[in-house]
Design a protein around this ligand. Structure first.
Ligand SMILES: Nc1nc2c(c(=O)[nH]1)N[C@H]1C(S)=C(S)[C@@H](COP(=O)(O)OP(=O)(O)OC[C@H]3O[C@@H](n4cnc5c(N)ncnc54)[C@H](O)[C@@H]3O)O[C@H]1N2
Ligand code: MOO
Length: 388
């Protein structure tokens, strides 16, 4: 076993490995691009607006007033006839302003008498290219695709976005002791990771499906499950078997599939035995410890940064929280301490438990060789899918 690396370094190492392996950008439908980084700048396919666009409901007029009313109205969605001096035509918000227009009168400011209209005029339209010129860069490469980015891309004439695709991830659950239904009894426990981890991965930006397993505790079964999951995934997250117990086959299985460690053990409590490995063809295997809270910590520490890197995004920033009570350190290890949104520690925070985690804002980060006191603001490591 290699020396554990520091927790902050584990995040950066996992992210950098993902970023180096990010997919080449391609033109993706908006839904597929959402959440990933732009792989190339977004440019405008036309002027924005593409034509002089009325900003009000009113009258378009030309020349000196009062103006004689032309029949009909200029509505949004068509190309209007030009208007001549001394003429007025009714116009709707969003309609193309007729050539020759010198001013618009808002409907509520207009006086109409017989066939004539009068009132104060103003250039109440948006000029072509006011927001952007055709071909102009709207957003830089590397920016995350958010819903407003999708809206802008559509407005700018696109059906797709140049982005890094979402990585495909699979979860493989190890453990003969696990039950997939009913209550824990007679030495057997309900599998809590199989139902939970795919949702963590989805929230962290992976395409994923149901977990595979529980996989039988033999090396052959582990290797077969890993190979089958790797066949259609960029990332396989395994649960359990990270230690060196009598049926912990993960390390031997990694060797069998030719995977090499990116990192192996992290100086953090809980979660110490987590690992990240890479196969010869550039796929990743994240080993999440079997203790359920430790598995979540491995997702927070290694998997979420890796997925961000694979999508071309920066290392996810840590949030911050003000503690309402003292939190001890864990010596040379980083202590990830469950806290609620008010900064209070939670009961039931053992690494085999999920009860505290289920009500938590995230993990307060207590640096190695330190402790935190009530009132201190400390980093908060959030859990994908959980808003603090
Ligand atoms: N001699 C040592 N033993 C252990 C150490 C150590 O340093 N020296 N570290 C402990 C720590 S820390 C952890 S974390 C676990 C990690 O163990 P594994 O990753 O090998 O996991 P397992 O042994 O398979 O399981 C541990 C524990 O978690 C339960 N489990 C496993 N999978 C699931 C699941 N899908 N759903 C619910 N519960 C699960 C399993 O039943 C065990 O109770 O090692 C310690 N040991
Ligand atoms: O560190 Mo283990 O990962 O505590 O449960």
């Amino acid at each position: 076993m290699t020396d554990p690396i520091r927790w902050a370094e584990a995040r950066e190492t996992a992210w950098a490995a993902g970023f180096a392996a990010r997919s080449e950008g391609s033109d993706l439908p908006f839904a597929a691009a959402l959440g990933s980084a732009l792989a190339a700048p977004l440019t405008a396919a036309s002027d924005l607006p593409a034509f002089a666009t009325s900003a009000v409901d009113g009258w378009a007029v030309a020349g000196p007033g009062p103006w004689r009313v032309d029949a009909g109205a200029v509505l949004a969605g068509s190309v209007p006839e030009p208007i001549g001096p001394g003429r007025a035509v009714k116009i709707a918000t969003g309609a193309q302003v007729p050539e020759g227009t010198e001013g618009l009168i808002r409907l509520e400011h207009a006086t109409v008498e017989g066939n004539e209209v009068g009132g104060p005029t103003a250039r109440e339209w948006r000029e072509p290219g006011e927001e952007a010129r055709a071909g102009e860069e709207l957003l830089p490469a590397g920016l995350a695709v958010t819903p407003p980015v999708i809206g802008l891309a559509a407005a700018a004439g696109h059906l797709t976005l140049p982005a890094h695709r979402r990585p495909a991830a699979r979860v493989v659950v190890f453990g003969d002791e696990l039950l997939t239904e009913g209550v824990s009894e007679k030495g057997r426990v309900r599998d809590s990771l199989g139902p939970m981890v795919p949702h963590l991965l989805a929230a962290a930006g992976a395409e994923t499906g149901p977990s595979l397993g529980p996989v039988e505790d033999t090396l052959e079964a582990h290797v077969a499950a890993l190979r089958s999951a790797l066949a259609d995934a960029d990332l396989v997250c395994t649960t359990g078997g990270t230690m060196v117990g009598p049926v912990d086959h993960l390390h031997a299985a990694l060797a069998e599939v030719g995977a090499e460690y990116v990192l192996n053990t992290v100086a953090v409590r809980p979660g110490f035995p987590m690992l990240l490995a890479r196969t010869a063809d550039g796929k990743f295997i994240a080993g999440l410890p079997g203790n359920p809270q430790s598995a979540v910590i491995a997702v927070v520490t290694v998997v979420a940064p890796l997925l961000a890197g694979l999508r071309g995004l920066p290392l996810p920033p840590l949030a911050s929280i003000r503690l309402a009570e003292d939190v001890p350190g864990r010596g040379a290890f980083t202590h990830l301490a469950l806290v609620d949104p008010a900064g209070r520690r939670l009961a039931h925070h053992g690494s085999a438990m999920l009860r505290g985690l289920a009500g938590a804002a995230g993990f307060a980060v207590i640096a190695p060789e330190s402790a935190a006191a009530a009132g201190d603001a400390v980093d908060l490591a959030t859990v994908p899918g959980v808003t603090p």
